[in-house]
Write a protein that binds this ligand. Structure first.
Ligand SMILES: NC(=O)c1ccc[n+]([C@@H]2O[C@H](COP(=O)([O-])OP(=O)(O)OC[C@H]3O[C@@H](n4cnc5c(N)ncnc54)[C@H](OP(=O)(O)O)[C@@H]3O)[C@@H](O)[C@H]2O)c1
Length: 354
């Protein structure tokens, strides 16, 4: 099949493009940075490279900024349109950019997909369009519900826009939870979500080390709350199967059926970062933060909504999609989490010991 992909130069897109090429598909990718896209192409096995066509453009420009010639070139050629490009940041002050990229960018992507006659639109959203609710469903959420940040809201608005197109083409929505590294190697090309959190802790620990501080420091959160991590290879494999098996007007939660608790994850991070003095204060109990702890919690406050809750996600549609495929329903063991966290910290810890 001929596939159009936005976000191919990103963390998830980099995995997905390889999968799609290995399945024998031809891939047209939208890239705002040609150098980056060309480098990515060169890193693919030689025989796959000829099936990659790079088109320069930007999801926030009308028609992606494509010329008429480019639009003509791909019109009638695209079977499936995957839309992954997004701004994955949770900061409240980025509201305008998040709305522009994630909501308006999706509107533009849908218009382009329609214009070039794509028959199927596969939209990558996030499990966190669930907002402040603790029940993750495989259906559209009301926009009037509460959201923790403009990222969630922008992605929820985009989902509604996708379903507006259900009479023009097949539309389906895939909602991964927190995407982390490869389940076998731990490899990850991401600076966001868990990686932003680990980077924040790493910087803070370095600051404490410089001051030779051995003071105990606490994050505020729920020890028993869970963090829904999903390995990037699992998400990319599901999106690959989606090319042939996704049902129209259907939403798929790509989530972890048995997510680890925050305490379990923090223990693994503490071990690999050698940050023994780090603890958690249970939210809602009585404690007084020291000035150092105020700084730590302030620095990581964008992650706070994800540290103090347990959301239960229904992923029945995803299980049905996986049925009869070689991909098993996710079983993310402690060993896998260990590989993922270790892969992040190992290079920095090696440097620290030189
Ligand atoms: N990472 C997660 O934990 C997570 C969890 C759930 C859902 N998701 C969703 O999964 C998708 C992929 O996320 P990711 O982690 O792979 O993100 P990422 O690594 O930040 O990649 C984002 C991609 O979007 C492209 N892009 C950004 N702005 C663009 C623009 N104006 N025009 C064209 N392309 C643009 C980027 O291009 P450049 O290379 O030029 O920057 C990059 O290819 C997103 O829709 C995200 O919401 C991610």
């Amino acid at each position: 099949m001929n596939i159009f992909l936005t976000g191919a130069t990103g963390f998830l897109g980099g995995r997905l493009i390889r999968n799609l090429l290995e399945e024998g598909h031809t891939v047209y990718i939208l890239a705002r940075n040609l150098d980056k896209a060309n480098k990515q192409k060169e890193n693919l096995p030689f025989l796959l490279q000829e099936k990659v066509h790079i088109l320069q453009g930007d999801i926030i420009k009308p028609d992606f900024g494509f010329t008429k010639d480019t639009l003509n070139l791909i019109s009638g050629q695209v079977d499936i349109f995957y839309h992954l490009a997004a701004l994955v940041k949770f900061d409240h002050e980025l509201r305008e950019q998040l709305m522009e990229m994630n909501f308006h960018g999706t509107k533009i992507a849908l218009k382009v997909a329609d214009k070039i006659g794509a028959s199927k639109f596969i939209h990558v959203s996030t499990a966190y369009t669930v907002g402040t609710s603790n029940q993750g469903l495989e259906e559209l959420y009301e926009i009037s519900q509460g959201f923790n940040n403009p990222y969630e809201e922008s992605k929820a608005l985009a989902e509604h826009e996708v379903f507006q197109y259900q009479d023009k083409m097949e539309v389906s929505i895939f909602r991964p939870a927190i995407i982390v590294g490869d389940s076998k190697t731990g490899e990850a090309d991401s600076a966001f979500t868990l990686y932003g959190f680990m980077r924040g802790l790493e910087l803070f620990k370095r600051r404490l080390d410089r001051k030779l501080s051995i003071e105990k420091v606490h994050l505020v959160g729920s020890k028993h709350g869970t963090s829904n991590l999903v390995p990037v290879d699992y998400v990319a494999d599901i999106l690959t199967i989606a090319a042939t098996k996704a049902k129209s007007r259907t939403i798929y939660n790509v989530t972890n059926p048995a997510p680890p608790t925050n305490r379990e994850i923090l223990e693994i991070i503490k071990y690999h970062l050698q940050f023994d003095t780090l603890g958690i204060y249970q939210k809602g109990t009585s404690f007084v933060l020291t000035p150092v702890e105020e700084q730590l919690n302030g620095m990581l406050n964008v992650f706070a909504p994800y540290l103090d809750r347990s959301i239960s996600f229904n992923d029945a549609n995803t299980q049905e999609l996986l049925n009869g495929s070689p991909i098993a329903h996710l079983n993310m063991t402690d060993e896998i989490i260990n590989i993922i966290v270790q892969a992040y910290f190992a290079p920095t810890m090696e440097k620290a010991h030189v």
